[in-house]
Design a protein around this ligand. Structure first.
Ligand SMILES: Nc1nc2c(c(=O)[nH]1)N[C@H]1C(S)=C(S)[C@@H](COP(=O)(O)O)O[C@H]1N2
Ligand SMILES: [Mo]
Length: 367
C-alpha cells in the first residue's frame, strides 16, 4: 500500500554537504542507543547496555497468549505456545550482534537515518531452540525456496506499510546455530530485544535477527519484502545493489584514560598503558588486529585473546608507552577469510557496513 502523505512517504535522503545531524535523526538516536564503548571491557554485554535498534515501536506482546506459527510450503504446519517452545531441547550461543548501519555517521555525504558512530554492537548469550529442529518437524516441501520471519511490530517506511519481516534462503535458515531465542544472558528477553522470542542468525548483521517473532513462513519464491530490498549496497537509489548479509571485520578500541565531558577526548598521564579492545567478523574468526598510536602512520600487531566462541568478538591488547602530547589511536581487524578492515570508508546510499574506524583522540598530560 502506498500512502499519499508526504510525511510518511519520504524517500531516502543523503545530507547536503556540511549539513549537521537533524532533529529527525536525533529522534531516532534517542530511541536507538549504542553500547557505551567502555563496555568493551566486558565479554558479555549486560542487557540494558547492549545496543538497540527498533524501526517502529516496541510492541506489547503477552507471553501467555503468544504463539509462533510455522507454515507455508511445509508438510506439517506447526503452532507453538511459549510453554511448547521452552519445553523443546535448546542451546546457548554467544553471539556478537552489530547493526548494518554501524558507522553510518562517519560517511560523507551522510545517508540520513539512524546516525550511528561505532557503538551499534553488543555480545550476548542467546538461548533458544535451533530453527533446524523446527524446520525438520515441519518438513519443507520440494518447492521451498525462502523462509520469511515476521515480527509483531508494524509501521510505515518510505510510504510502505508493513510488519517488520525478513527472509532467508532455506539453506541459510537451516544453518547450524540459527535459533528461536527466548533468553538473553540467562534471563527472559528484555522488551526492547524481542520479548518473548526472536530470531538469532549468528554472523549476520542485525537486520536478520527478527525480534518479537510471530510467524515463520516457507515460500516457493525468493522473498522480495521491503526489508530485504532495503538492506542492499547501492550507489544510486535505482541500482539493483548487493544484499547486506554477514558482518564485516571490525576492531574497536576501548577508549583509554578518562573522558572530557564535551569532546569525549581521552585524557591520560604519561607512562605505560595497556590498550584493549575487541574485534569480530561474521565471515570467519579474527586472526590479526593491528593498532596504531600515531593516526595510522605505523601499525603494530596486538596480542589476541582466546578464540573460543565462533560467533563472538575476540579481545586484543597492546602495551603502549604514552608520552606527553596528542595521539590518535586506531585499530583494524583481519579475519580467517582474508577480509581486512579498510582504513577509508566505502560509501553506499544506505550507509551500511562502514567499518572504517573512528580514531580515538588522546591527550597525554605533561606529567
Ligand atoms: N521485529 C523487528 N526485528 C528487528 C528490528 C525491528 O525493527 N523489528 N530491527 C532489526 C535491526 S535493524 C537490528 S540492528 C537488530 C537490533 O537488535 P537489538 O535491538 O536486540 O540489538 O534487530 C533487528 N530485528
Ligand atoms: Mo540494524
Amino acid at each position: 500500500m502506498t500512502i499519499p502523505v508526504e510525511r510518511v512517504s519520504r524517500p531516502g535522503r543523503v545530507a547536503e554537504p556540511g549539513e549537521g545531524i537533524g532533529i529527525d535523526e536525533l529522534r531516532l538516536a534517542g530511541r536507538n542507543h549504542a553500547m557505551p564503548l567502555e563496555m568493551l571491557r566486558a565479554e558479555l554485554t549486560p542487557p540494558g547496555l547492549h545496543y538497540v535498534l527498533t524501526h517502529y515501536d516496541v510492541p506489547d506482546v503477552d507471553a501467555a497468549t503468544w504463539r509462533l506459527d510455522l507454515g507455508g510450503e511445509v508438510e506439517h504446519p506447526i503452532s507453538l505456545s511459549m510453554a511448547d517452545l521452552t519445553a523443546m531441547p535448546s542451546r546457548t550461543v554467544r553471539v556478537t550482534l552489530e547493526c548494518a548501519g554501524n558507522g553510518r555517521a562517519g560517511l560523507s555525504p551522510r545517508p540520513v537515518s539512524q546516525p550511528w558512530l561505532t557503538g551499534a554492537v553488543g555480545t550476548a548469550e542467546w538461548t533458544g531452540v535451533p530453527l533446524r529442529d523446527l524446520l525438520a518437524d515441519a518438513a519443507p516441501t520440494g518447492s521451498a525456496v525462502d523462509v520469511v520471519f515476521t515480527g509483531h511490530d508494524h509501521g510505515f517506511e518510505r510510504g510502505v506499510e508493513q510488519d517488520y519481516a525478513r527472509g532467508l534462503s532455506l539453506a541459510e535458515a537451516d544453518a547450524d546455530d540459527v535459533l528461536i531465542a527466548f533468553a538473553m544472558n540467562g534471563a527472559p528477553l528484555p522488551a526492547q530485544h524481542g520479548f518473548p522470542a526472536r530470531l538469532v542468525v549468528p554472523g549476520w548483521y542485525g537486520m536478520a535477527h527478527v525480534k518479537w517473532l510471530r510467524s515463520i513462513t516457507v515460500i516457493d519464491h525468493p522473498f522480495d519484502g521491503y526489508q530485504n530490498a532495503a538492506y542492499r549496497l547501492r550507489q544510486q537509489p535505482d541500482d539493483e545493489g548487493v544484499p547486506v548479509t554477514r558482518i564485516e571485520p571490525r576492531a574497536l578500541l576501548m577508549p583509554p584514560g578518562d573522558p572530557d565531558f564535551m569532546s569525549r577526548d581521552r585524557v591520560l598521564r604519561p607512562g605505560p598503558v595497556r590498550l584493549r579492545g575487541r574485534a569480530w567478523s561474521g565471515w570467519g574468526g579474527v586472526t590479526r588486529v593491528e593498532v596504531s598510536t600515531d593516526g595510522g602512520a605505523t601499525w603494530r600487531d596486538a596480542a589476541l585473546g582466546p578464540d573460543e566462541h565462533r560467533w563472538a568478538w575476540r579481545e586484543f591488547t597492546l602495551d603502549w608507552e604514552a608520552g606527553p602530547g596528542e595521539h590518535l589511536l586506531r585499530a583494524r581487524a583481519h579475519d580467517a577469510t582474508g577480509r581486512v578492515q579498510p582504513v577509508e570508508p566505502a560509501w553506499n546510499r544506505g550507509g551500511f557496513t562502514n567499518t572504517a574506524d573512528d580514531p580515538v583522540r588522546v591527550v597525554v598530560l605533561d606529567g
